[in-house]
Write a protein that binds this ligand. Structure first.
Ligand SMILES: Cc1cc2nc3c(=O)[nH]c(=O)nc-3n(C[C@H](O)[C@H](O)[C@H](O)COP(=O)(O)O)c2cc1C
Length: 349
């Protein structure tokens, strides 16, 4: 797929995910073959006020390119100013968040609250395009506020008519949050009506899902979100699948351990132990969630107080997996613990 000067061929997008798609996560996915990664959403107002946290979220290394920066806001003037600032850093894409359904975002008329007013989305897009120089502008949309008020044709068209270069469609409505099945057929319908590229998103958990989304929707590329958590391998597996026709499957446990440890080491380096440790614990559980002993790991991991103990725990746990000494877990118990501590977006509102 080509967007302006950016050509990612048949590679896929890694979705923006708050508190997840930091530099270490992006690196892990890029090394496995993600075509474009995104920063998590960053407040437009925070950028123009030089807020420390906003600037930290926004920062990226040159070796992470191609990379997109996603911004959150509502006021075209403020967003425009933020885009001017961001464009100096030369990301490959600047994206507007019209998908976030978290209450503290929508109650400020940002994220998916913008979907209610396609004309306003058009105004913001135009301002972004005017201020971005030659950097393409994308907008990440949901279908509408709920399934009886789907207005994706209007919002996507507003983006196209205002000079946007790309739309990403998360094929759920705002009030679906993440739980209901996405309706990919809307991606297909939008693709038929738009000239600019369309990227599909929603419940991609395997390389086979990627293939199916391409086939069923005719989209130009696919964006992976939760399917990449603890699983950057989804990108390399998909590349192999299209090159050879065979999905190599999840790598062996030794490789998983190696990549997990590299990932958490990068987290520690980038963010420092205090901020990074909680993220590293989540990553650890995500990487090892499909192996026996996940219940035991969940209990142990949340007691860990520093990175050395976490690395030790990972090595010890993986060695038990290799020896086959961990029994099968009680699935209901695992799901309940996951809902509380790991799949936090399921209870998020
Ligand atoms: C933990 C988490 C954080 C997210 N943060 C963002 C965000 O910052 N910006 C955004 O546009 N979408 C965000 N999303 C939504 C995802 O980008 C994606 O659209 C959504 O998860 C649907 O894809 P999936 O069903 O394949 O997970 C987030 C999702 C999750 C699970």
């Amino acid at each position: 797929m080509k967007i302006g000067n950016l050509d990612i061929g048949q590679k896929l997008f890694l979705a923006p995910m708050a508190e997840v798609t930091d530099s270490s996560f992006r690196k892990a996915c890029k090394e496995q073959g993600a075509g474009v990664t995104f920063t998590q959403m960053v407040s437009a107002e925070g950028i123009i006020k030089n807020n420390f946290e906003s600037l930290r979220i926004l920062s990226f290394n040159r070796n992470e390119k191609p990379i997109g920066v996603q911004i959150l806001g509502n006021d075209p003037a403020i967003i425009g100013e933020a885009v001017r600032e961001i464009s100096r850093l030369k990301p490959d894409l600047i994206d507007l968040n019209c998908g976030c359904s978290v209450d503290k975002v929508t109650s400020c008329n940002m994220g998916s609250a913008l979907l209610d007013d396609p004309e306003h989305i058009g105004k913001i897009t135009r301002k972004m395009v005017d201020n971005a120089g030659d950097i393409p502008i994308s907008v990440k949309l949901r279908l509408g506020k709920d399934r009886s008020h789907i207005n994706i044709f209007d919002t996507a068209k507003a983006v196209e008519d205002s000079g946007g270069s790309l739309v990403v469609i998360h094929a759920r409505a705002r009030n679906d949050k993440y739980i209901s099945e996405p309706e990919w057929n809307w991606i297909a319908k939008v693709k038929e009506r738009l000239k600019i590229p369309v990227v599909g998103n929603g419940s991609i958990f395997s390389p086979q899902d990627v293939k199916r989304m391409f086939k069923e929707t005719g989209c130009d590329s696919v964006m992976v979100a939760r399917g990449a958590l603890g699983n950057p391998f989804i990108f390399s597996r998909y590349q192999k699948l299209i090159e050879t026709g065979d999905d190599p499957g999840t790598p062996d446990i030794e490789t998983v351990q190696e990549i997990l440890i590299k990932h958490i080491n990068n987290l520690e380096l980038d963010l420092g132990e205090v901020v990074a440790l909680d993220r590293a614990k989540k990553q650890t559980v995500w990487y090892l969630k499909d192996y026996p002993g996940i219940n035991l790991l969940l209990e142990n991991v949340f007691r860990v107080r520093n990175f050395d103990s976490l690395r030790y725990l990972i090595i010890e746990h993986v060695s038990k997996i290799q020896q086959g000494v961990l029994g099968e877990d009680d699935k209901v118990d695992v799901i309940n613990k996951f809902k509380k501590k790991v799949l936090f977006w399921l209870t998020d509102d």
